[in-house]
Ligand binder design. Structure first.
Ligand code: HEC
Length: 124
């Protein structure tokens, strides 16, 4: 990547993150407190990785790096968020801001995706 491209990319990512604010901070605390029924289940985590690739990577990137107007998910505040926080975001999306709702996926799959995002912190 040329330097100009790198700078452009960095600026885009930073602006995106700043202007979109953090959806994570908008999740109701009651929703955030829900427990992931798949806690520490390796198979569920693998299923989550596949679901991420199918449902989320087109916007958030193969490596959760984000894109110009889509926030990266490879961030400590996402990886360490309460499990219910990510479940809520995946379920509700962000109406009017291009993050779709995935309420059509079975609840188990939404927990698996949430779990995948979180276990990335431990696998680094
Ligand atoms: C069509 C593009 C698109 C798809 C597909 C998509 N997202 Fe998003 N996502 C976004 C955008 C845009 C935002 C920023 C929304 C906002 O800040 O209001 C976002 C925000 C988020 C956030 C909050 C990040 C923050 O900074 O607070 C999480 C977590 C998230 N997405 C997870 C996922 C997961 C998991 C999937 C797959 C199930 C997914 N997204 C699929 C576009 C997408």
């Amino acid at each position: 990547m040329k330097l100009a491209a790198i700078i452009q990319f960095t600026v885009a990512v930073l602006c995106g993150a700043a202007s979109l604010g953090s959806l994570i901070q908008k999740v109701p605390s009651k929703a955030a407190k829900r427990q992931n029924p798949f806690h520490a289940d390796v198979q569920a985590q693998r299923a989550g990785a596949k679901l991420y690739a199918r449902e989320c990577a087109s916007c958030h990137g193969d490596n959760r790096q984000g894109r110009a107007n889509v926030p990266p998910l490879a961030r400590p505040d996402v990886e360490n968020a309460a499990p219910g926080t990510l479940f809520w975001i995946v379920t509700n999306g962000s109406p009017g801001r291009a993050m779709p709702s995935f309420a059509h996926l079975p609840e188990a799959q939404r927990w698996q995706i949430s779990m995948f995002l979180q276990t990335q912190a431990q696998s680094k």
